[in-house]
Design a protein around this ligand. Structure first.
Ligand SMILES: Nc1nc2c(ncn2[C@@H]2O[C@H](COP(=O)(O)OP(=O)(O)OP(=O)(O)O)[C@@H](O)[C@H]2O)c(=O)[nH]1
Ligand SMILES: [Mg+2]
Length: 415
């Protein structure tokens, strides 16, 4: 376990917000396999261009933790020059929040697609740093005898990185095509898609496991899930749906990661219902909810009527808070104990049912096979038989009725 110190300069934040940021950093570092020894918080109004924190503070850190601590993690986005200066001053490795998140993603990626997505984000993060670090360093040292990579090597590195980025981009494009074809195919059989989204560690995978007994990896680490999974499910009223579980969101999600995961996130944009799972057991859920909503807006998946907010980990809150939340009309569930799940499913059922229309369909004798579409994609509530015909009371999506009409028409044409 790498001994680590967190460094933070609060940005006009209150105590609670600072504490919640530090907690999140601790979670990220634990996930990456580090051990947090201490947190250094420096309040200052201006950011030092050379060291981010003050030069004196940097020297103090070197003095206090030198020898024992090998990694400094800044809850910020650092400039390449700042990293260099801090490393020189402290003798420790220095990384920023973006790099930490990228490292976690890199360690987590399992599928070929996931790995490509992460590499794409990493290289995009690296590119300006390759050029920037040399340029910055030379400015500071007068450009002679810089210890950074020589200009020629730098040029070669940059060209290689750009080339690789281009290649991966093409590969990701083709993955994207495959995905969109798969989606189109899924759409020909109209089953409502419910995308589970939420902040990382909200319990998305655990909820889906609870419902479908899928046995997927759910653990107390950030970004446990990277690759999207789709599971079939039958709601209590009989509606069939497809649940999808996907990568969790986090505040200040590195933009290159958002770009890299676009194919994955597009699935969310096309879902019929977006189930936003919120961890109510951890302080600061309001700001995490805002973060998720703004990412949903970014990826074009924010449409209030399609969003169902569900509050998870209800087993962790006090009865007092619970009743306040319940009076506020919030849907509380626990994926750990199963509490609240029936009420949640009833609400999901109601939202799903809005996409369905009830009709009475006449099926003549000899046409019974066409009723199959309603069994496959909708619900058959009742059948009345009358003089040579059957009247099916069905609920189905418009697409299903269209498919049924088409089948009847085809039969007419064929004979
Ligand atoms: N007490 C309690 N813990 C829960 C509940 N739901 C999930 N957890 C825990 O929360 C942690 C995260 O659960 P996951 O299912 O991996 O969360 P996730 O939203 O899929 O996270 P990512 O895939 O990382 O985005 C695990 O340690 C779960 O055991 C719950 O209802 N109550
Ligand atoms: Mg998960």
């Amino acid at each position: 376990m790498e001994k680590t110190v967190i460094v933070k300069v609060p940005q006009n934040q209150d105590e609670a917000a600072i504490a919640s940021d530090i907690d999140e950093m601790k979670g990220l570092i634990a996930t990456a396999g580090g051990e947090v020894v201490d947190c250094v918080i420096q309040s200052r109004n201006d950011i030092s261009p050379a060291y981010y924190i003050g030069r004196g503070k940097a020297a103090e850190i070197a003095e206090k933790y030198g020898g024992d601590v090998t990694l400094l993690v800044f809850d910020a986005e650092l400039k390449p020059g700042q990293v260099k200066n801090l490393e020189d001053m402290t003798g420790m490795r220095v990384i920023d929040r973006t790099q930490l998140i990228l490292d976690i993603f890199a360690a987590r990626a399992r599928t070929a697609e996931g790995k490509l997505q992460v590499e794409y984000a990493q290289l995009n993060y690296l590119l300006p740093r390759l050029s920037g670090s040399g340029a910055n360093f030379m400015q500071q040292t007068g450009g002679i005898g810089a210890r950074g990579p020589g200009e020629t090597k730098l040029e070669v590195d940059r060209r290689r990185v750009r080339y690789r980025i281009q290649r991966i981009k093409q590969e990701l494009e083709s993955v994207r095509d495959v995905r969109s074809r798969q989606r189109q195919r899924r759409k020909t059989i109209p089953v409502p898609q419910v995308a589970i989204v939420g902040y990382t560690n909200a319990g998305k995978t655990m909820l889906l496991n609870y419902l479908t007994k899928a046995g997927m990896l759910s653990e107390d680490r950030l970004f446990a899930t990277l690759d999207p999974k789709i599971k079939r499910y039958v709601l209590p009223s009989g509606y069939r749906i497809l649940f999808s579980d996907t990568v969790g969101f986090i505040k200040d999600l590195p933009t290159h990661l958002v770009a890299a995961f676009r194919a994955t996130l597009e699935e969310v944009g096309e879902a019929d219902i977006v189930l936003h799972l919120i961890d109510i057991g951890t302080d600061g859920w309001e700001s995490r909810r805002d973060t998720v909503n703004s990412i949903l807006k970014d990826i074009g998946a924010y449409e209030e009527s399609r969003i169902l907010e569900v509050f998870n980990k209800s087993d962790l809150i006090s009865p007092g808070r619970r009743s306040i939340l319940e009076r506020g009309g919030k849907l509380l569930v626990s994926a750990a104990t199963g509490e609240g799940i029936p009420a949640f499913l009833t609400e999901l059922d109601r939202m799903v049912s809005l996409g369905f229309t009830a009709k009475r369909v006449k099926i003549k004798h000899g046409q019974e096979q066409y009723a199959g579409v309603f069994y496959e994609e909708g619900i058959v509530d009742k059948i009345d038989y009358k003089a040579g015909a059957a009247y099916y009371s069905v609920r189905a999506m418009p697409k299903t009725f269209e498919r049924f009409e088409k089948l009847l028409k085809q039969e007419k044409q064929n004979g």
